[in-house]
Design a protein around this ligand. Structure first.
Ligand code: AMP
Length: 466
């Protein structure tokens, strides 16, 4: 199947071809015809499936069906949860629309509002915005949403997680009633269903990956390890196995900073990216990471949302997320658009329950690998996790805490979501136990000398000290 056969115009096909895409991804093949016909769409697609082009290409085409005469009005509005995603989607809009006379703009908070006001004055056809800043503009009457014909809610599940539901509703109230609505979400919670019911009219359901499943192209592995040896294990894995372009997730901003500093001290170029960093710092870190100057990017969940790096080979969960669905999002950063990736989770005794919740959600037991020299010490007890975080206490007998505790999780509504994870029990075949670590890109061949095959692992972690 070609892009042209989907009914896209020559200008759009040319831009897509120049981008190097030869054929539509499954979500594109399904979504593009629906959107071109003008219908509403409920898209179940995780990041990495090509969903951005899935809605952007037909959106551009539909806007071009009515030529722009005189003033440019905002006719398409894409709401996204984060600045990074806003930047990424708007970049796609510009890329795919490079041969079209349409003007796009990204809009997010944390930066001076005045240049945005100026750009809006100059006329914009497609606005990609985070809800908070958009409402600031609406309040100041610097944005006119009365001509919006197409609304896209991208990564709607994440917007709800971040507590944007009220903002979204306020934005909806500013839009014309007659419009096309497209909603994309990686997961379908009851909240998402409710939002979709209120928003969409007879939507076509387009779903490319099974709900709450993880991308098939990602090889996933759990490394059981004591909590105070996590950093040493991470350093060991990165160095021993020549991992390059490693995206590491921590639960907290503070933890991200600390880990990046420590890795740097260990001789591994690393930077942290999170909500407290300035936009410039985030952009710089991302650019260096993308261009392979930076070996490791340490990120929190929210900051990582929207990071688009082709064929990212390694994602590491330095700490498991409090919300099992975030695991799916995190590892969606690797194995993107058909490329293979490796997702590694360093799991200590305190995280046994989080791991169980994840395995229940994705309906499979993840293979374990114990690395020689990092075997779990059975005398280490679990620390109670309250509100998804360690509180301290419960350590090795006769020793103090050897690792500062994790600080506050981010993102609202996390507790509510973790409560939803109750799903059928993991069917549980411990598949793929042997080591797989084929380095990519500029990496040298892997050395597995320091590892030994998995033990059936986390039974050691269960129930102790709780
Ligand atoms: P997305 O899920 O929209 O974040 O896209 C994931 C990645 O796939 C992005 O890096 C896109 O550039 C890439 N991509 C999108 N469509 C295609 C396609 N038809 N062929 C190859 N790569 C694509």
């Amino acid at each position: 199947m070609s892009f042209a056969s989907l009914g896209l115009s020559e200008e759009i096909v040319r831009a897509v071809t120049e981008r190097g895409y030869t054929q539509p991804t499954p979500i594109q093949a399904q979504a593009i015809p629906v959107v071109l016909k003008g219908g509403d769409l409920l898209g179940g697609a995780q990041t990495g499936t090509g969903k951005t082009a899935g809605f952007t290409l037909p959106m551009l085409q539909r806007l071009m069906e009515k030529p722009v005469i005189g003033k440019h009005y905002i006719r398409a509005l894409v709401l996204v949860p984060t600045r990074e995603l806003a930047a990424q989607v708007e970049e796609s809009v510009r890329l795919y629309g490079k041969y079209l006379p349409l003007k796009s703009m990204m809009m997010f908070g944390g930066v001076n509002i005045n240049p945005q006001i100026k750009q809006l004055h100059g006329g914009v056809d497609i606005l990609v915005a985070t809800p908070g800043r958009l409402l600031d503009h609406a309040q100041q009457k610097t944005v006119d949403l009365s001509h919006v014909e197409i609304l896209v809610l991208d990564e709607a599940d994440r917007m709800l997680d971040m507590g944007f539901i009220r903002d979204i509703k306020k934005v909806l109230a500013l839009l014309p009633k007659q419009r096309q609505n497209l909603l994309f979400s990686a997961t379908f919670s009851d909240e998402i269903k409710l939002l979709a019911e209120g928003l969409l009219h007879n939507p076509a359901l387009v779903e490319v990956a099974r709900r709450n499943t993880t991308a098939e192209t990602v090889s996933q592995k759990v490394y059981p390890v004591d909590r105070d040896k996590k950093r040493a294990l991470l350093t060991h894995l990165i160095k021993e196995r020549n991992w390059f372009q490693v995206l590491v997730f921590t639960r907290t901003k503070h933890g991200a900073n600390r880990l990046a500093e420590q890795l740097d001290k260990d001789g591994i170029p690393a930077m942290a990216i999170h909500g407290n960093k300035s936009q410039n710092a985030r952009t710089r870190a991302l650019a260096e990471f993308k261009s392979c100057k930076l070996q490791v990017l340490v990120a929190t969940d929210i900051a990582a949302r929207g990071i688009d790096i082709n064929e990212l080979p390694h994602v590491v969960n330095y700490e498991l997320p409090n919300v099992p669905e975030d695991y799916v999002h995190r590892i969606g950063r690797t194995g993107r658009a058909g490329a293979e990736g490796e997702a590694s989770s360093l799991v200590c005794v305190d995280e046994a329950k989080l791991l169980k919740d994840i395995e229940r959600l994705i309906k499979r037991e993840l293979p374990r690998e114990v690395v020689a020299g990092f075997e779990v010490d059975p005398s280490i007890k679990a620390e109670p996790i309250v509100n998804g975080q360690n509180r301290g206490g419960g350590q090795r007998q006769g020793q103090g805490r050897s690792q500062p505790r994790s600080g506050g999780g981010q993102g609202r509504g996390q507790q509510a979501r973790s409560g939803q994870a109750a799903q059928p029990k993991a069917s549980g075949s411990a598949q793929g136990q042997q080591t797989r670590s084929a380095p990519k890109g500029n990496a040298k061949p892997a050395s597995h000398g320091a590892s030994k095959p998995a033990v059936p692992a986390l039974h050691r972690f269960g129930g102790r000290g709780r």
